[in-house]
Design a binder for this molecule. Structure first.
Ligand code: NAD
Length: 481
């Protein structure tokens, strides 16, 4: 008999009584738990609770708010192994990666706690005698935090914690595919003793409660991570209400390999960036643009690496790639591989869904390298969000850059080259929010994170840039004489 979980609204675990089941992606027969299928009225109740709590929470000293967060982070830190195991069961990634998520969260949160003392404004000399001119930061109000399934612990933390430190209150709406991780986080919020209504959790389908949440006039900021399609919809609703939006969306991240001597190292970095979390990362490298003369060596090196991955349930020792999150995602990925075949590309390694034994209990897709790819193919243009990497051969660095930039996305990009001039050109010309030179698309805990074009809008998250989203500026002229 599985557990039944609830929303967390105004300090109470509650729901309107309709539920759905979440299954383990490594074993579809195992039910992780029953979760509420919230309705618009539940969402309104959560927003109202956050609105009421804002009046007192926003007036605490930043250091007082930080003390609550410190208690929460200490609890999080104690539980990283347990949380990692739960995450693994709910989302499917290998245990080591799963445990890495709350651990990374702890690091990010600790940095953000320090931001409580760095919510600085500006002070400028006045044009008039007896006047001081200052600019201060104020929390924006109730924040709706909407998160995807691929990093179900880290993304809620990345939104909730900077919001709280800045003085905002929060309504968290996690992906309906991975609500358990958010329930576990809210249990820690409750244990840390946050006042009622400061953090609220609402679980349900985005298609049923998303518009109500984003359109509620008491919501003053929407921080969203997810697909570009949903981001666009949220942006329209936000614009109608003049609400701040922070959108982190899809990617089609390129890695250029051009005149780089150490092809083996490049292959290793690219494979790690492509196949971690079974390729279900917004910043996953998904297309390689390689100098024609270096292509064969690079392709062979990546093929060799792909053959070493061990697919299996995330909790099983030795697993390096878990199942993809669900059948719908698996079918979509397999559809892309099939289309690439039909369009004339070559599957250099992988390309199959595994079957037999444990593999029949989930959706396991081999790490796949597709070569002979041309710019017009779907796999070269669209976000696949699975363990699939493509290779396109190019004849000049300029051509590589042009193809890299031809995407409508602009999240992360990589270049592997020994030529200084190429490095400078890439740093300047690459159309993406995050640029990596001679390593894969791996971000760090204190560096701003975000994208441009169809990958992102609004201030970047993580690090110092968050306060540009979670605070408004107020300009104060004070005549003191
Ligand atoms: P998704 O857009 O389907 O869902 C994201 C969230 O939006 C979920 O909580 C969902 O319930 C909610 N939602 C759906 N419809 C809504 C609506 N009408 N109003 C409000 N909310 C709604 O994305 P997903 O499948 O969960 O995640 C995968 C996508 O997320 C990929 O495109 C990936 O690139 C992107 N992603 C981006 C980043 C980044 O930082 N740029 C990070 C992780 C994932």
């Amino acid at each position: 008999m599985s557990n039944t979980y609830e929303n967390f609204i105004d300090g109470k675990w509650t729901s309107s009584g309709k539920y759905y089941d979440i299954h383990n992606p490594a074993d579809y027969d195992e039910i992780i738990g029953r979760f509420p299928l919230s309705e618009p009225r539940d969402t309104d109740a959560a927003v109202l609770a956050a609105h009421k709590a804002f009046l007192t929470w926003s007036r605490l000293l930043p250091m007082e708010r930080a003390q609550y967060v410190e208690r929460f982070v200490a609890l999080l830190d104690e539980k990283t192994n347990y949380l990692g195991e739960c995450l693994c069961m709910e989302q499917g990634k290998p245990l080591a990666e799963a445990v890495g998520e709350p651990s990374r969260g702890v690091k990010e949160c600790r940095y953000v706690i320090g931001e409580a003392t760095r919510l600085q404004g500006i002070s400028l000399p006045s044009e008039r005698q007896g006047v001081t001119n200052t600019v201060v930061r104020e929390p924006i109000g109730v924040v709706a935090a909407i998160t995807p399934w691929n990093f179900p612990l880290l993304t809620p933390l990345r939104k909730m914690i900077p919001a709280l430190v800045a003085g905002c209150t929060v309504v968290l709406k996690p992906s309906s595919d991975t609500p358990w991780c958010s329930v576990l986080l809210l249990e820690l919020i409750e244990k840390a003793g946050f006042p009622s209504g400061v953090v609220n959790l609402i679980i349900g389908r985005g298609s049923e409660i998303g518009d109500t949440l984003c359109g509620n006039p008491l919501v003053r900021g929407i921080t969203f991570t997810g697909s570009t399609v949903v981001g666009r919809r949220i942006n329209k609703i936000g614009a109608e209400h003049f609400v701040k939006v922070q959108l982190e969306m899809g990617g089609k991240n390129p890695a250029i390999v051009y005149d780089y001597a150490d092809i083996k190292t490049a292959a290793k970095s690219i494979a790690a960036a492509a196949f971690a979390n079974a390729g279900q990362r917004c910043t996953a490298v998904s297309r390689v643009l390689v100098k024609r003369q270096q292509a064969e060596e690079l392709e062979q090196a990546i093929v060799a690496i792909c053959k070493e991955y061990k697919l299996g349930p995330g909790l099983e020792k030795g697993t390096t790639i878990g199942p993809v999150v669900n059948k719908k995602a698996g079918d979509s990925i397999m559809g892309y591989i099939q289309k690439a075949r039909e369009q004339g590309a070559y599957i250099a390694v992988g390309g199959n869904r595994l079957s037999g034994g444990v593999y029949d209990k989930g959706f396991y897709i081999e790490p796949t390298l597709i070569t002979g790819v041309t710019a017009d193919m779907s796999v070269a243009r669209e976000e696949i969000f699975g363990p699939v990497l493509t290779v396109q051969r190019v004849d000049s660095f300029e051509e590589a850059l042009e193809v890299a930039n031809s995407s409508e996305y602009g999240l992360a990009s990589c270049v592997f080259t020994d030529i200084q001039a190429n490095i400078y050109t890439f740093m300047r010309e690459s159309q993406s929010g995050m640029v990596h030179i001679n390593h894969g698309s791996v971000s760090e805990s204190f560096m701003p994170f975000g994208g441009i074009k169809m990958s992102g809008l609004g201030p970047f998250s993580i690090g110092t840039t968050n306060k540009d989203f979670f605070t408004n500026l107020k300009v104060i002229y004070n005549q003191y004489i």
